[in-house]
Design a binder for this molecule. Structure first.
Ligand code: TXA
Ligand code: MG
Length: 332
């Protein structure tokens, strides 16, 4: 039996978030993973203390078991029960939580979490989110493990319909909170004592963290695969071929535009999705995954204009580079 046929089949319901608390709690108590809106992207959430529930997340996503999960908490107290926060980590939590910052810290020895959450690591990734997810964790009283709500390697879901297209039949419930306000996953930093390392660009710009800390944040360098197990080169991949830094458009290609640029080869028939006509990077982040998905549905080739590498532009470029990367034959 392959991994797909082993996945439990569900009738997938989409429920508006105003009506979703009770059905969400019922599903969580039954160890079923559910799609939940956060301020960054939709998460695929389940009880982090329940081995069966965590295994169901990996199965529904088709995620390799070597790739650990973020646990989502209701407050700092819950976070400190599961992770060991240095003085610096505590300051960062105070300043940026609830919010789009995930911190990787040493795990507490007693954690009580399902071992699969860690995928063999002695650290734990923790985030206090905003949005419906925050009220759900408070009502549930336990941390929720949640990767982004997409099939492994594919485009991240930033609205209920996008999640449905990838996870229909694989989970019982999608909670519809509309488009997620940031549109990109959280920024991930590793904080051990006073050392801060950036593991993933995301919804809080590196510059904002550096101003708060008063120093530059180191990137990953050579230690990459060891410390950031999930940062595969090919990820966020649409079906279409993706070409970056386009300055002209081949026939039949679609254009993912920024700042209403006019490039050679555009015709009246060219499908164009504008990330931000005014050149606003926050707006472009909000639109990124929706834009890639919209163009993927109408074209086999998406060309993207250059995006400035500052503010949320760094996270946008990170996702675009992975969307354009060569895809392994067995990508999930
Ligand atoms: O905004 C977000 O971060 C969303 C929402 C749902 O919270 N979640 C999300 O999860 O993007 P996911 O699983 O798609 O990406 C989390 C990344 C993965 O690349 C994983 O490898 C990494 O976090 N990660 C988890 N635990 C880690 C650890 N202990 N050390 C290093 N990286 C870790
Ligand atoms: Mg993800």
């Amino acid at each position: 039996m392959n991994k797909d046929s082993a996945t439990k089949q569900w009738h997938t319901e989409i429920v508006a978030q105003g009506d979703a608390l009770e059905p969400a709690l019922t599903a969580l108590k039954k160890a079923a993973p559910i799609a939940v809106p956060t301020e960054t992207v939709y998460g695929l959430a389940a009880n982090a203390e329940d081995e069966k529930a965590v295994a169901a997340i990996y199965a529904a996503k088709g995620r390799p078991s070597s790739n650990p999960l973020i646990i989502h908490v209701s407050d700092y107290q819950m976070a400190a029960f599961y992770g060991s926060f240095s003085h610096k980590a505590q300051q960062l939590a105070k300043a940026f939580w609830p919010g789009a910052l995930t911190m990787v810290v040493p795990k507490q020895p007693h954690s009580g979490l399902a071992p699969a959450v860690f995928a063999g690591h002695d650290t734990i990734a923790i985030r206090q989110p905003k949005g419906f997810m925050a009220s759900l964790i408070t009502a549930f009283g336990r941390p929720l493990a949640a990767p982004s709500a997409n099939r492994s390697g594919q485009l991240t879901g930033t609205d209920a319909q996008a999640v449905f297209e990838q996870l229909n039949g694989r989970i019982p419930l999608i909670i519809d909170g509309g488009r997620t306000p940031i549109g990109l996953e959280s920024t991930i930093i590793r904080v051990i004592d006073a050392d801060v390392t950036l593991l993933r660009e995301g919804g809080i710009a590196r510059e904002v963290l550096e101003i708060f800390l008063g120093h530059e944040i180191a990137g990953l360098g050579q230690t990459k695969t060891l410390l950031a197990p999930g940062m595969m080169q090919s990820h966020y991949a649409p079906c279409a071929e993706v070409t970056l830094n386009a300055d002209s458009l081949p026939p039949k290609a679609a254009l993912l535009n920024f700042g209403a640029q006019s490039i050679a080869g555009i015709t009246d028939e060219t499908p164009i999705y504008e990330l931000s006509a005014s050149g606003n990077l926050d707006e472009a982040a909000y639109n990124l995954f929706s834009g890639l998905r919209a163009l993927d549905q109408i074209s086999g080739h998406i060309c993207v204009v250059p995006i400035p590498q500052k503010g949320l532009g760094a996270a946008i470029n990170d996702r675009l580079n992975r969307a354009a990367a060569e895809r392994p034959a067995n990508a999930g």
